[in-house]
Unconditional design. Sequence first.
Length: 149
Amino acid sequence: MAKKPLVLLMAEDDPDDRLLASEAFEQSRVLNQLYCVENGEELIEYLERRGKWAPPAEAPRPGLILLDLNMPKMDGREALSWLKHSPDFKRIPVVVLTTSRQEADLVASYDLGAASYISKPVTFERLVELARSLGTYWVEFVELPREAD
């Protein structure tokens, strides 16, 4: 049985990082859809299909969330805590993708339920490698529970 492309949702406040990630996933040729939100509040709006995300076609349920820690309004730590306490969304794996190399952030992220913690690559080539690796791992190897959409 062929695997269905994975919908990725990235919460990242930096527009340049969002653009680079989008280009990296495209260049890595991983068959995924990447949607982006700018902070934790917008992440929740997307998941709950509120505001501009209300039409289901605008906000397909993600199979993986890429989460920056340091964002305005609601940061990644708060968003991760909300996600993992939500009966509807707690099973969606969350990969923290951040510039923080603080041990406290690493420990807190795993304590809150992150599936992985990755420091953002500093070159585009490394970002493409990361996109390819994430796509391969989460699409080809990991078994995820089916969720009603």
